[in-house]
Ligand binder design. Structure first.
Ligand SMILES: *Cc1c(COP(=O)(O)O)cnc(C)c1O
Length: 354
């Protein structure tokens, strides 16, 4: 499909823009005037519609609520100083959206339809995009099963929706993280690589327990031995150890992050060796002790580059260098920002201009 997507647009009678406090934007609490909805039925996507943001009516028997046929994406749009609006690498999210769909026996969406539907909604609500540093428009596409039928079988009908909202920074300070050795986020053969709703539901109890112990975030380890680092909360975990950028290789327990991929691309351009491989807890702790672990951060669209202040393991807390002094993650953060906000040339073609 190459022609433009046909979307019916019903505008809200009155914008909520004026009453929105752009100096106070906790993540994920403010939404724009409109949302996008489409239906899947009889084997095809139809009824693409943008309408005023608000509640939707659903059967209490929808299988998304009972059996978790639901997944989402997370993307950001930015406003440049000249008013240009760009979405960061939405083609990558389109591909991952379909990987999640396939894993959950749900229908895929043509990549152009995904990107065009998002761009249309962002375009309509472009006045909502903050222009302040560290602020952006968060885009949340998602899909869920809508058959009103209590049978553990794939639904025949689905809804695809997109909601968007202005956001400030997700984390306000460097994180004290705990290496989790009891609970597991994802196991081989599971669905860790999909942005499946259920993956996040299961992460909440371990995250709450860690918070009660005073930690800001968890570092997940492998399900079998709890010896290898997988991800950090809902971000990819990346480390600079002895001058080498190391991160877990993408496989079925790892979410193939767009930010992760972007950081790897920049590191390679800067001549920094990159290793996508098993990263052992032992080598990180050793590096924290002998000073060779010079950088550690979570990489994700919501979290951006989230610095790790300290890593705790088996009751011992290891503090790393002051995040402000870390050359690599500071450079990544600044370079990425310059590209996203249109201050540096987008040599990679990462910005999709709306
Ligand atoms: C969304 C997510 C990431 C980050 O992916 P990005 O594409 O960079 O936003 C990493 N890990 C998990 C588990 C996630 O859900």
């Amino acid at each position: 499909m190459t022609d433009t997507l046909d979307i019916k647009i019903t505008k809200s009678a009155q914008s909520r823009l004026q009453e929105t406090d752009f100096d106070n934007l906790p993540f994920g609490k403010t939404f724009t005037d409109h949302m996008l909805v489409a239906d899947y039925a009889d084997g095809e996507w139809k009824n693409f519609e943008i309408l005023p943001y608000g509640p939707i009516e659903l059967s209490p028997a929808i299988s998304a609520l009972h059996y978790g046929q639901a997944f989402f994406e997370g993307i950001k749009a930015y406003k440049h100083a000249d008013g240009t609006v760009s979405i960061f690498r939405p083609d990558k999210n389109a591909r991952r959206f379909n990987k999640s769909a396939e894993r959950l026996c749900m229908p895929t969406l043509p990549e152009e339809v995904f990107v065009q539907s998002i761009a249309a909604l962002v375009d309509l609500d472009r006045d909502w995009i903050p222009s302040k540093a560290n602020h952006a428009l968060y885009i949340r596409p998602f899909m869920f099963a809508t058959d009103p039928f209590l049978g553990v079988t794939p639904s025949a009908t689905y809804k695809y929706m997109v909601i968007i909202g202005p956001v400030g920074p997700y984390f306000s300070k460097p994180l004290r993280v705990k290496i989790e050795t009891q609970y597991t986020r994802a196991a081989e053969g599971g669905m860790g690589y999909a942005k499946a709703a259920g993956n996040y539901g299961s992460s909440m109890l371990p995250a709450r327990k860690a918070a009660e112990e005073g930690f800001d975030q968890l570092i997940w380890t492998d399900a079998k031995e709890h010896k290898y680092v997988e991800e950090m909360g809902a971000a990819n975990a990346m480390f600079l150890l002895d001058g080498v950028l190391i991160t877990a290789e993408t496989k079925d327990t790892i979410l193939d992050g767009v930010t992760r991929d972007t950081v790897i691309a920049l590191a390679k351009e800067w001549g920094i060796p990159v290793e996508e491989r098993k990263v052992s807890v032992a080598e990180l702790i050793e590096g924290a002790k002998n000073g060779k672990l010079t950088d550690a951060f979570g990489a994700g669209t919501a979290a951006t580059i989230a610095s790790v202040a300290s890593i705790s393991y088996e009751g011992e807390e290891y503090f790393l260098s002051d995040p402000q002094t870390r050359e690599f993650s500071q450079k990544v953060f600044k370079t990425l920002d310059a590209i996203k906000y249109g201050q540096a040339e987008d040599t990679h073609g990462w910005n999709y201009i709306v």
